[in-house]
Design a protein around this ligand. Structure first.
Ligand code: PLP
Length: 449
């Protein structure tokens, strides 16, 4: 990469003067000015290069600037850059076909959105109209998007500021053995007790008032908690028993992240609605959607679906999806996530956990891993308090700074670091990242007791 610090300074100055950043205290942020990116790396204008263990916000599943996808976007731009959603357009038809061929069961109709949050909004609207019921049940420790309804459904502190306008959302606890709410000591106990808790919640809310249960198949931002065997099948059964629509949110877990096309494939469950975004085209152009089952599609077969977007199925975004899915199939990207995950990332992280007292737990699958950082392995006290900011977050800030100093851009959320590199990562890149993590964890260790 060429260096040009003056260009970086100009980019930064205009950003600070005019860009209003999401989820941020505007005067406290100091965004890195990015000069370019390729594959698993990006770099700044000063010549610093970083291995990206975040895949952006967990979306560049095929890495940055894949030449085939870039070419497909250029070609679509030259042919038909945009077109209204009421028409049948080749890129849109083809993207829908390729997605529907891969989604589980009879999720064969695709409603396109601009991203993940609006996919969640529409899934919930479909469920409410399909059932004629008002409420939505969702999990604490979840993230479903930043729009009004999606952020209310979210189960993390980002929803608090918008909760005044929450209507009909009820939160419950999903299984998470390491920090069990159910006094469970085994995965099986955790599974049984979490299902019992969900059924009790349904009973006390009134089954006839509940339109949907929505879960991330594997909760992502909230900590990559792989559910115990049997949990999602159990939720499926409860939904069937009470006539509730089961929505799986695969915005982060879908499109190869777990070493399967969809995380639902790992658990052999088929929801009634499944949301996706991010990895569908590696985020090269904004795109999301809802995969709709036959039964719910039927509801809107003879009556209109009351919802839509100007850019639903935008040709540029759909052409990027077609090319991305083709590349993933041709290059074995999903299998690569499984193989590098199992053979390099997982053993590497478990080895780090043995040597670093700050690592309380390693969990995940495929290219979707979390390290839970703790002050004390016995008490499991988190390295920083829940939703820490400023001085109380100093240990995680020091960890992140150390990773960056070693050329690794880490994903940090509360007391966790997530290992979520592109699914195209090579063995050598994965090892380079693990070595940088090793150094950064030594800094985290200094805060243990
Ligand atoms: N659902 C899940 C599981 C997510 O991880 C996210 C984003 O991180 C969203 C929904 C929201 O997607 P978007 O930011 O594209 O609106």
């Amino acid at each position: 990469p060429q260096t040009d610090p003056r260009a970086g300074a100009a980019v930064k100055a205009a950003d600070r003067a005019h860009v209003f950043h999401p989820w941020s205290t505007q005067e406290l942020i100091d965004p890195l000015a990015v000069a370019g990116a390729e594959g698993s790396y990006f770099w700044d204008h000063d010549g610093n290069r970083y291995l990206d263990f975040t895949s952006g916000l967990v979306f560049t599943n095929i890495g940055y600037q894949h030449p085939k996808v870039v070419a497909a976007i250029q070609e679509q731009a030259a042919t038909l850059t945009t077109f209204a959603p009421a028409f049948a357009v080749e890129a849109r038809s083809e993207a829908a076909r390729l997605i529907a061929e891969r989604t589980p069961g009879d999720l064969d109709k695709i409603f396109f959105t601009n991203g993940g949050a609006d996919a969640v909004e529409h899934a919930v609207r479909m469920a409410r109209i399909h059932t004629g019921r008002p409420k939505v049940l969702s999990a604490y420790r979840s993230y479903h998007g930043g729009t009004q309804q999606a952020v209310n459904i979210t189960g993390d502190p980002r929803r608090w500021a918008s909760d005044g306008a929450a209507a009909g959302v009820v939160h419950f606890w999903a299984p998470f053995l390491y920090r069990s709410r159910f006094y469970a000591e085994t995965e099986q106990q955790e599974c049984e007790r979490a299902l019992e808790h969900l059924e009790t919640t349904i009973a006390f809310e009134g089954p006839g008032t509940i339109a949907a249960v929505i879960l991330e198949t594997i909760p992502g931002t909230a900590g990559i908690m792989v559910p115990p065997r049997g949990y999602l099948a159990g939720v499926r059964d409860l939904c069937d028993k009470y006539g509730i629509v089961f929505v799986l949110d695969e915005v982060m877990a879908g499109f190869g992240r777990t070493g399967e096309w969809f995380a639902a494939d790992l658990f052999e469950v088929t929801p009634d609605l499944m949301t996706f975004a991010k990895g569908v085209n590696s985020g090269y152009v904004p795109l999301g959607g809802v995969a709709v089952s036959g039964r719910i599609a039927e509801t809107f077969g003879k009556r209109p679906y009351p919802g839509g977007l100007t850019y639903s199925g935008h040709p540029l975004a759909c052409a990027a999806a077609v090319a991305t899915i083709d590349v993933m199939a041709e290059e074995g990207v999903v299998a690569n996530a499984a193989v590098i995950g199992t053979q390099v990332i997982e053993p590497g992280l478990r080895e780090l956990a043995e040597r670093h007292p700050s690592v309380g737990e390693v969990r995940g699958v495929g290219m979707f891993w979390a390290l839970e950082l703790v002050k004390n392995r016995e008490t499991r006290e988190p390295l920083v308090p829940y939703n820490a900011a400023g001085e109380s977050n100093a240990p995680m800030a020091a960890f992140a700074a150390a990773a960056k100093a070693h050329g690794l851009w880490p994903f940090v959320n509360m007391n966790r670091t997530h290992v979520v590199p592109p699914c195209t990562i090579t063995e050598a890149e994965a090892k380079e990242g693990l070595a940088a993590l090793d150094a950064a964890l030594s800094v985290a260790d200094e805060y243990t007791e």
